[in-house]
Ligand binder design. Structure first.
Ligand SMILES: [Zn+2]
Length: 426
């Protein structure tokens, strides 16, 4: 198939006016000026007209478990109060509610042009019952605060659930109908483990996950240095989060000396850093920046602009982290602290906070950079021959910079292609 559009934004070269992309099965095979692509390839033509064609967006951090909590938790006085509030809401939900929530979340993400997502679930046993309509890296979110003696059991059962759902996907591919084949292709064989945070996951749990990641091609992610209360807990052994977590029974002997970043790096050692996708990093001291400067290689960073705003965190140190060589991506986090799963909304919010960052670079935060963080840098996030055919098309106003037009898009995406399959008119 040859897909023509008014402008093709590849993310690896200048936008192409009157451009085209040739797709064979689920891969991009050619991209360039329409006349050139037409001359080099055979196949049916699809003219999208006055549209901008670009790579599908990639959400680097999300919890679709909590899509049903949208609007249920107003901003609280403290991060600790928010944890109490979400725990109260979660106690009312059944596995059936979580399944509906995950499926609704996938549909919303897709409606707003997301074609790949890093999704953390606290219920890896539900994955085999979900048919993701977009490319999905599943992470099992792990918390052992109430049963630290059962780390091995917790991790092993999560891995069994992840592996069996991935294996099902692979096995169903050749034999069943095309719908199953499509689902199978979207359950990426790459999955990951997500010890929730330094205050809810033990050092043993972090080390166990790290060990497994070193033996297998899997990803690791965690929430780190999110709130002032987390900083207060680890550095000063005081504050509302410290008291709350202590009341649950967590040993607090690692508190009172180091920041959470200092503990994280110290516990795991530099060798584990490239595997980690670290979410938030809102609270950093000067000594943290020294650690970050010295850490080589660097871990991956996810910033969630509107969740950040919901909690009223201090400004995110984007420019400083970027200048230290970190790969920064955008995520939506969950609808328990956000209003939509649209990465366009995230890019616009980011632009408001960082007006000096070019629209081209902002779009990279939702395409090229997350592809790299998820180790799909040779498959996703750009329109290049050999890459997967994950594409979206947006209306072209033709009046401003094409990257500005993309970031300004606030309507559902009416045309998308995921793994070579076309979807229209949401
Ligand atoms: Zn999160």
């Amino acid at each position: 198939m040859i897909i023509r559009a008014r402008t093709v934004v590849t993310m690896d070269r200048a936008p192409i006016e009157n451009g085209a992309v040739a797709v064979s099965r689920n891969r991009i095979v050619d991209v360039g000026a329409f006349n050139d692509v037409k001359a080099r390839n055979v196949g049916t033509h699809l003219d999208l007209g006055e549209k901008v064609l670009l790579p599908g967006l990639i959400n680097a951090h999300c919890h679709l478990d909590y899509t049903c909590l949208c609007g249920k938790i107003p901003p609280q006085d403290s991060f600790t109060d928010w944890i109490r509030a979400i725990n109260a809401e979660k106690s009312e939900l059944s596995p059936k509610d979580y399944l509906a929530s995950i499926n609704d979340g996938f549909q919303e993400a897709k409606r707003f042009g997301t074609t790949a997502i890093a999704n953390l679930t606290a219920f890896p046993e539900l994955i085999s019952q979900v048919q993701p309509p977009i490319r999905t890296c599943w992470f099992a979110e792990l918390i052992d605060i109430r049963a630290p003696e059962r780390v091995t059991e917790l991790v092993d059962s999560a891995i069994d659930a992840l592996r069996s759902s991935m294996a099902c996907a692979d096995i169903s591919a050749p034999s069943k109908r095309s719908h199953s084949r499509r689902i199978a292709a979207l359950q990426t064989p790459r999955w990951g483990l997500a010890p929730h945070a330094m205050f809810t996951a033990s050092k043993d749990l972090f080390l166990r996950c790290e060990k497994i990641a070193q033996k297998n091609d899997i990803l690791l992610t965690t929430h780190l240095a999110e709130s002032p209360e987390e900083m207060e807990m680890f550095r000063d052994a005081s504050g509302p989060l410290y008291e709350f977590i202590k009341s649950i029974g967590r040993p607090m002997n690692d508190c009172g000396n180091e920041t959470s970043l200092g503990l994280f790096i110290g516990a795991l050692g530099d060798r584990a850093l490239p595997e980690w996708i670290v979410v938030h990093l809102n609270e950093l001291t000067e000594s943290d920046f020294d650690l970050l400067e010295r850490s080589d290689p660097k871990f991956q960073i996810v910033h969630c602009p509107r969740s950040h705003n919901y909690f009223g965190h201090r400004p995110f140190a984007f420019e400083r982290l970027r200048s230290l060589g970190f790969n920064v991506c955008l995520g939506t986090d969950s609808l328990a602290s956000n209003q939509t799963l649209s990465l366009f909304d995230e890019m616009r919010h980011f632009q408001k906070n960082f007006p000096n960052i070019s629209p081209n670079e902002i779009l990279r935060l939702a395409t090229v950079n997350p592809a790299r963080a998820l180790r799909f840098e040779n498959a996703l996030g750009q329109i290049r021959p050999g890459f997967r055919a994950d594409l979206i098309a947006l209306p072209s106003s033709g009046s401003t910079d094409v990257f500005e037009q993309i970031i300004a898009c606030d309507a559902p995406v009416s045309w998308s292609m995921v793994n070579g399959q076309v979807y229209r008119d949401w």
